[in-house]
Design a protein around this ligand. Structure first.
Ligand code: NAD
Length: 322
């Protein structure tokens, strides 16, 4: 089996590649083309790191090998950058996705195309619990770009150019390393920073509902998206990944339980209206019955998410992507 991962040097891309390299009972892995602006940090003879921008058609042609079986398309301009730099977001999240799909269309057989979408495709007046049938009304350029790309994945699949699945990821926390350009960056920051002895700010009200999943569960779910039978999707190529509905208050209570009162005391709440205008339009809870039926997993509780991060920091201290 030959796999292409775009965004391979990123947080989820590098985790996904580590998971793909782990021994499994599934089809034997021959190689992974790891495409990103920078070199994939994983050193393994099966990982073929190719650097360049997916906004370049030549680079797209250079990463889509004729015998690729599965494409994980994770490269993206994240929400903060897409809002600040409209043209960059459109080029990376829409134009490059279309070009990548086009390159897949030219292959002899349609590869599985796993696209990392986001719950940011939803917005506007939403029910308390969002079902699969709620209309997409994104309130950000990032959400709009992901929604456009989802429709492309769906139509390229209907035409059998690819066998696609658009995975609407919850906010993935806790992300190691430094704050990033995602508007949801604080969700990790309010746990990661205080545990490292650094003060942190929560820019949304403490009772804001957030839809969150751990990196381990999201990685497992992306792998599942690559192997499930897409006939089970019944033509609906987008799936809302399971998550947990948590508030910053609940996350901070977990921080206090697991990291101590001194860590909790390092976080203060300072609402940022600009950020709230986007983040507070994201849905806080989903009906996950379809995703569960399809075999996707969810985290047990907020403590397990915080504990996963603390355990990884102990085993890989200072690692930015793992
Ligand atoms: N992490 C989350 O909370 C979350 C939530 C919802 C959706 N997603 C989606 O999951 C995917 C992975 O997210 P992540 O958290 O790993 O982000 P990340 O920023 O860590 O990784 C994205 C990678 O894409 C690469 N990239 C950006 N522009 C590129 C270009 N022009 N050419 C080649 N590579 C380029 C970056 O260099 C980076 O390594 C993204 O599509 C993101 O939108 C993530």
């Amino acid at each position: 089996m030959k796999i292409l991962v775009t965004g391979a040097a990123g947080f989820l891309g590098s985790r996904l590649i580590r998971a793909l390299l782990a021994p499994t009972a599934g089809p034997e892995l021959s190689s992974i083309v790891a495409a990103d602006l920078t070199k994939c940090p994983i050193d393994d003879r099966r990982v073929d790191s190719r650097t360049g921008t997916i906004t370049g058609e030549n680079f797209i042609a250079a990463i889509v090998d004729r015998d690729v079986d599965v494409v994980f398309h994770l490269a993206a301009a994240l929400s903060g950058q897409s809002e600040a730099e409209f043209d960059v977001g459109m080029r990376v999240n829409v134009d490059a996705t279309r070009n990548l799909l086009e390159a897949c269309r030219r292959l002899n057989s349609a590869p599985r195309f796993v696209f990392a979408s986001s719950v940011a495709v939803f917005g506007g007046a939403l029910p308390d619990i969002v079902s699969e049938d709620v209309a997409l009304l994104p309130q950000s350029s990032y959400g709009t770009e992901k929604a456009i790309a989802e429709l492309l994945v769906s139509d390229y699949s209907r035409r059998a150019f690819v066998d696609g699945i658009a995975c609407r990821l919850p906010t993935v926390a806790i992300r190691p390393g430094k704050p990033n350009s995602a508007m949801s960056s604080f969700v990790s920051g309010i746990i990661r920073e205080p545990l490292a002895g650094i003060d942190s700010v929560c820019p949304v009200p403490l009772d804001t509902r957030l839809w969150v999943s751990s990196p381990a569960v999201v990685t497992a779910n992306l792998l599942h998206a690559a192997s499930l039978s897409t006939s089970a999707l019944e033509g609906k190529r987008a799936v809302n990944f399971p998550g947990l509905c948590v508030t910053p208050a609940e996350m901070l209570a977990s921080l206090e339980r697991l990291g101590g009162a001194a860590a909790r005391a390092r976080v203060r709440c300072e609402p940022d209206q600009r950020l709230m205008r986007v983040v507070c339009t994201w849905p806080g809870a989903f009906d996950v019955s379809r995703a569960t039926r399809l075999g996707f997993q969810r985290d047990v509780d907020v403590d397990s998410i915080v504990r996963q991060f603390m355990d990884e920091q102990t085993t890989h201290p200072g690692n930015e992507t793992s």
